[in-house]
Design a protein around this ligand. Structure first.
Ligand code: PGA
Length: 243
């Protein structure tokens, strides 16, 4: 909720233009729900894909105020962020809710869920990070059947690094990604992990610190918040991480 409708469309146009010569990796932007449809029209035919910041777990029915995975796919969304720590905190999204959303999004083969997990500062301080990451993964993926080429992205976002301007040490991110990969191997099996899963990092990434995150083991990309509000900054980050 950082930009209004007009600001979002103007930024989307800049993104489309700046990324026109960019053909590495996979880039998506996830604007607010109110701007999704129009941004989708702007991005059409370009390199950047469209993503949403949330989805409901039912497809249709009397669920006032909600937007279903099918509705998102219908307007051209390819990605859906689920379980962001801000929603866990402000909207009281618990394990059950997030799991229902993951299952609903995975069922829609046009969509790729970006499932956010991450420990709080307190959990890190008391050495509970690994446990929390494993628990969040187990809960989010409980009963999820991964079919064929269905992709799932796990975003490791240490809550204490989001929006602070200071990312965590790259070595710490690398360690957390290793824990996540091992847990995924246990939950869905190694073959599925290597074929269907990606692990990305999020939390105060900028063009200044992105270099140190570029070549880490088990690092498949980034979830960028504040730095994605400026097209030049976002392009620099995209170029650096795909070098
Ligand atoms: P940030 O946000 O990059 O501004 O820390 C990340 C996020 O909200 O997921």
């Amino acid at each position: 909720m950082n930009l209004n409708f007009a600001e979002t469309l103007s930024l989307a146009k800049k993104f489309k233009e700046k990324f026109s010569g960019f053909d590495k990796g996979e880039v998506a932007i996830c604007p607010s729900t109110s701007a999704l449809h129009e941004v989708g029209k702007i991005l059409k035919g370009g390199k950047i894909k469209l993503g949403a910041q949330n989805a409901f777990w039912e497809e249709t029915g009397a669920y006032t105020g909600e937007v279903s995975p099918g509705m998102l796919a219908e307007i051209g969304c390819r990605y859906v962020i689920l379980g962001h720590s801000e929603r866990r905190k402000n909207l009281f999204e618990n394990y059950e809710i997030i799991n229902k959303k993951v299952r609903a999004v995975v069922k829609n083969e046009k969509l790729i869920p970006v499932i956010c997990i991450g420990e709080s500062f307190e959990e890190r301080k008391t050495d509970r990070r690994d446990f929390i990451l494993v628990e969040q993964l187990e809960q989010a993926l409980s009963g999820v059947k991964v079919f064929g080429d269905q992709r799932i992205i796990i975003a490791y976002e240490p809550i204490w690094a989001i929006g602070t301007g200071t990312a965590i040490e790259p070595a710490e991110a690398e360690y957390a990604h290793k824990i996540i990969k091992l847990a995924l191997n246990d939950i869905v099996g190694m073959r599925v992990v290597s074929k269907n899963f990606s692990i990305i990092y999020g939390g105060s990434i900028s063009s200044k610190n992105v270099k140190s995150f570029a070549n880490l083991e088990d690092m498949n990309g980034l979830l960028v918040g504040g730095a994605s509000l400026k097209a030049d900054e976002f392009l620099k980050i995209a170029k650096e991480i795909t070098k």
